[in-house]
Design a protein around this ligand. Sequence first.
Ligand SMILES: [Zn+2]
Length: 328
Amino acid sequence: MRNIINIESFKVYSGAKKGVKIPVLDRPAHTLELPLTIINGSNDGPTVLITAGTHGTEYVGIAVALRVIREIDPSKVSGAVFVAPIINILGYELREKDTFPIEDDYNGKQNMGALYPGDPEGSPHRLTLHHIFSKLVSKSQYLIDLHGGDLYEYLHPCTMIYPTGKKEFDDTLKKMAKASGIEYCISQPLNKNSKGLTAECAKLGIPLLVIEVGSAGIVKEDLIELSYNAVINVLKTIGVLSGRPKTQPEPKYIKGITVVRSTKGGFFHQTVETGSLISKGEKLGEIIGLDGQVIEEIHAPINGLLIQSSCNPSTNSGDGIIRIAEFY
Ligand SMILES: [Zn+2]
């Protein structure tokens, strides 16, 4: 018989699903609590943590996590699935892109993913991360982190993995990326300078798959479907969810991203859609001056996939307006 899961003062019996709230920070007038659903399976197996909303305005990931909570049946789970649909609760509440809204001491507002494992004696930001990391991340055997393009960008769907050079671990990362069925995967090997969630997971031997689906604050059903099906097929592939996984083709691996910047300020008009395969020298867009004249043409510096672009036409000189993925 599978064990009861005890977390804080909550107990979740085998074959049960329960929503709880984990206190992570005392604020002036209330306690900030992390919503968490625990799905304790009927059979033994690993614990998978699914997180979303580290960036509180990447809404497709949040929608997918909420659907996973609704639809996964504990009787079909071997092990446990923990779902934290919104890591950056304050960012979500305030509709604030990218960062945790409370400043990290004198360093200003910071990206939540970058400061793991947090610090039990650190700033409110680091203290919050310490609770999330010590109570959830470090107790997991797998992590699926749901992201997408933020409010200011169009992003073509992809996954991200962070190989370590250890074959067995890296093979698991590739198995998860393939199982997702998402066509493109950015593979960024870790090095000694790597920090944040990716590096901390690798240290603990927790395979992490990042799923990037969605853009510009828009929630579309086909994107939810793509990301949800990816999560479900990964869970089946690693044996946590019963049912035969669908065999997916190998993803096309991306080794790096080249940023294309404007040299003029004005109105950015993109002429090639995000998600297009492009050739070196191809025109991708133009900057229109506020006198109505084209003042700069934007051309591709390399062959690759136009993976990301600014959805905000208001452009300064120096803005990274397009990102091109280069294949291995
Ligand atoms: Zn994100």
